[in-house]
Design a protein around this ligand. Sequence first.
Ligand code: GP9
Ligand code: MN
Length: 625
Amino acid sequence: MGEIKVKDIYKGQQIFVLVFLLLWGKTILVSITEFQTSIQNLNQWIILILNPWCFLIVFLCLISMRNPIKQHFYLLLFMGTVSCILYANILYYRVFTDFITIPLFMLGGNLSKLGSSIFSIIHLYDLVYFSDLILIIYLLQKGKTTFTDNWKKFKFTELSPLFTVVLIVLIVNLGLANIERPQLLSRSFDRELLVKNVGIYNYHLYDAYLHTNARAHRVLASEEEFSRINDSIGEKNDLSQLDSYGIAKGRNVILIAAESLQNFVINNTVNGEEITPFLNGLISDSIYFEEFYHQTAQGKSSDAEFLMNNSLFPLSRGAVFFSHASNKYHALPEIMNNHGYFTSSLHGNNGSFWNRNLMYRQLGYNRFYTQDDYRIDRENSVGWGLKDIKFMEQSVGHLSHMPQPFYANLITLTNHYPFDLDEEDMYIGRYNSKSNTLNKYFPTVRYMDESLKVLFENLKEKDLYENSMIIIYGDHNGISANHNRDMSTYLEKEITPFVETELQQVPLIIHIPGMEGKVISTVSGQIDFRPTLLHLLGIDEQKQTILGNNLFSREREDLVILRDGSFITDDVVYTNEHCYSKKTGIQTDNSLCLPYKENVKKQLSYSDRIIYGDLLRFDKNLHEN
Ligand code: GP9
Ligand code: MN
């Protein structure tokens, strides 16, 4: 073995090298010309050049390990398959500016739309994308003997130098991708970024893995399992006798996901200036839940949407919006739709972010307004895209054309890490600490607050205010524990695990024009939103298989469970395996938290089993409602 020189190994295997070069070149060409991959730095160039390597080399090696007589056939099959996958994505991208996923094939939908527009998106010059295949067929025919004479069946050990190269390239590629977008691979938040960083082929492998994994769990799940969980969750009490029942009946519902808005900024100041003057005023004539927690995990914004719409927990790893986007849900948009509402979500970002464009179909939205429905340019954008004020103005334009009553989910964007803001939009100055993130957070929160004021003004102008209810909630924290030291300076208190848990509070503000405001101190979480909203709208909610509780119910257990297993009750906070007294904030006897632990574990596991097993497909109520 030691005698073999690298150049000898591959002597006579020019055809493999040629196939590799052709497919590699074609993939890069397509990425730049068709997939609009924007390259902003050297890192991104290297990623673009390296990312098709591993997939192509591994498959070509596997082919060269086959019987020489069959290699010819496998080589053409491989080239043909790769070319078709690439071309199918090109066509799909031309229509949807997105990449194909396996659940798409299962769900149909978009693909059938593709079918109807197929002739307008196919061009004659597309033949270029198959010219490499034609060239190889020609060469194989013409030089059959020259090539096949030298073809041999390789052993794994002979190819080990190549596999080593693959491994190194893979590590470099993933390393660079992680520098470009930390956590991209674990959280997999955006298809476009995923493809840009790991390449189209690896993306398809990853998508296939997610899909098979989800399918495998699904196959093992049974109707009995659903019934067991359903019985154990039990039917909710009938609360239709309460005064709060149906107080917002028939109104439009405008739900605003306030990006990274934490509760600690409410009624608070920085450098002596109010951070959320509009919200502070709004709270006095709204229902304000002052101890409301986000319960999200890696899926961040998408987890928040999942919780609010399904009253189930998101998954502890990955994003359920990505991994279980073909499940059957009986989500809020679908329920609202069944009750005569036009349901939509509006967001000035690309539709594939968090896989929303696919997941929304399962949640039952009638329409998803994405960046294609907004006028976005350099002037009106900052950081992640369209500025919130512009987003609000344009969104009200969309709302004014919707059939009423509507349920509209508006997702803000400006107050997103790294909290970039143009000078002209700074209504207050930055905080002054060593954490740039914390410093920049306050002006962007203030800007978002201003955008909400603009929203209200615009709604009034368009006569949409009086007959609507407007709900604002924070999707998750914006300042992570990495900034605890400076956060502690700002809050003027030590950030213990107890305080860190308290910092997971986000606002929930329900504004019903003409109705008196009140502050509700019940411990509550995003999972409780759905039954609470349906209660206010006077929509019967007892039969649904959900884990959240109506916050107006007096019988509900005051318990909020966070996705990491921490929990909060009226008296205690349990986190990092320690129990804290809420009165003192000091660690207390674990036995005070013990009685809740079993229930916490049970609820998280029920939720996981419902999602992994796609159990709601067995829910008879789905078909009755
Ligand atoms: C992206 C936006 C942000 O469209 O909703 O998502 P996040 O990073 O906050 O989860
Ligand atoms: Mn978010």
